[in-house]
Design a protein around this ligand. Sequence first.
Ligand code: GDP
Length: 298
Amino acid sequence: MFDTLQDRLSSVFKGLRAKGRLTEADIDATMREIRIALLEADVNLGVVKEFVAAVKGRAMEAELSKALNPSQQVIKFVHEELISILGGEARAVRFAKQPPTVIMLAGLQGAGKTTLAGKLARWLKAEKHAPLLVAADLQRPNAVNQLQIVGERAGVHVFAPEPGNGVGDPVDVARRAIAHASAKLYDVVIVDTAGRLGIDEELMQQAADIKAAVRPHETLFVVDAMIGQDAVNTAKAFDEGVGVDGVVLTKLDGDARGGAALSIARVLGKPIMFASSGEALGDFDRFHPDRMASRILG
Ligand code: GDP
């Protein structure tokens, strides 16, 4: 992902470096090219406008004519403004003072929630936490089973409704899981919730009910970075319907343009906290805006 954007920006910068002094027209031309590159990468229009205006404003203010290396200066502004669009500082999980910390995962079906639950659990375990996975996705017949497989791979216990008890109530399962975690001294509870193919009332209501029952310290919206502008729209809908604290981008290993996903932090005003880039449990890391900006700028 981002290969085309990376190539486009690197050729813009190459052209810029070739110039000695920079006139206002040079800056305008550069910003036009950057604008096109970002739009072609599917970055949200509002975000692009804001970004271009910010870089241009700084470039005009900087008295580039006096700068030792004007093109380098402009590239630095681009880098810094990109970090800002991506959320600025990396945001760590806020652990509860009184364990267990409850992390709820929400998102559409197929976003990668169950896979992510396993990745997060594995990562937390490596960070010396004692996580418990909770199967509160009782919508899909196979979801509990899938989480159990993921839990086994991560070496993390899964709290699930007892078999043979009918479909079960996800709110009740989630609530009992928290009590179980407290009793058994798990310090982080990861609640995997049901998704659907599209946003609907029932999905939002169920997620909101689970949230009200377990009062998560972090509600993370999990989104497939491959789905383009829908990622931004879905994120907004979840934030309005359920309320989210942070975003997890999945499938960053895909070959979609990906720019939309990069717009989420700014459009939502919520940090991207984790990034997932493959099907293996290890293909996962905290999201660092500065590292992502460096990756995009090459
Ligand atoms: P859920 O419905 O939100 O729980 O989504 P799943 O965790 O079941 O994931 C849906 C599909 O996407 C599965 O086939 C996963 O293996 C796959 N998947 C999840 N995360 C990633 C990722 O980061 N990269 C790739 N390539 N595939 C992923």
